[in-house]
Design a protein around this ligand. Structure first.
Ligand code: ATP
Ligand code: MG
Length: 204
């Protein structure tokens, strides 16, 4: 017997992590009664090839600082340790191996990310291994019905939607603000704000 451990996964570039990520993860954790949420910074995001992404160590440190005070939030370096571009299927397979059959995984994705799901590697296997929780995000129209139509009946049981507080925050906007010398107060945790300043990240 034994109880099922429900574990959330939030993958992202986290360049930098912001309040939108944190509020969303906490809302999903509570709604789905998750034991923990793993924040997984991407090493070398396959869909962001060619764009300049801040070194993974900085992004990892900011993610640790931002999540530290929540006893249910953890950060995994699983993708940073894997050489080459990382795909979600590899990450989830590794987590399943690590946690065993008693764990049930909930992959948290914003409305923009879930729309792209049909293009992900081995999406059919991925749907066997984890649930997807599609959250709402301002400016991103929900295309979940389209996604389910494309992926077939199995996906209808595996892709869930949840209404999360809509925060119009993105890492892109934060990087732009820093570059222009505008404030990022209260849209990132104070520790992250200090770190960005101290390390001189995102300056022109
Ligand atoms: P960038 O602007 O660099 O793409 P981002 O703000 O979109 O950064 P990511 O690291 O790309 O952040 O996002 C990781 C995950 O968090 C994605 O699934 C994304 O949809 C989700 N997410 C990001 N910002 C928000 C937000 N404000 N509300 C809800 N979900 C969000
Ligand atoms: Mg994004």
């Amino acid at each position: 017997m034994g109880t099922t451990r429900k574990i959330g996964i939030l993958g992202g570039t986290f360049d930098p992590i912001h309040v939108g990520h944190l509020v969303t993860a906490e809302a999903v954790r509570i709604e789905y009664d998750l034991e923990k949420v793993l924040f997984i910074p991407a090493a070398n995001p396959p869909h962001k090839q060619g764009q300049s992404v801040t070194p993974a160590t900085h992004r990892y440190i900011m993610t640790v600082m931002a999540t530290y005070s929540n006893p249910h939030f953890y950060v995994s370096s699983i993708e940073m340790e894997r050489p080459g571009p990382s795909y979600t299927i590899d990450t989830v397979r590794e987590l399943v191996r690590e946690h065993g059959a008693s764990a049930e995984f909930y992959f948290i994705t914003g409305a923009d990310a879930v729309a792209d799901l049909p293009n992900w590697n081995d999406v059919d296997d991925l749907l066997d291994l984890c649930h997807f929780v599609a959250t709402t995000r301002p400016g991103c129209v929900s295309t979940i019905d389209d996604v389910i139509r494309q992926l077939g009946p199995k996906s209808a049981k595996r892709i869930h939607r949840i209404d999360t507080p809509e925060l119009e925050i993105s890492s892109t906007d934060i990087r732009e603000r820093v570059k222009q010398g505008r404030s990022i107060k209260y849209i990132v945790p104070e520790s992250v704000e200090s770190y960005i300043g101290k390390e001189g990240l995102y300056r022109a």
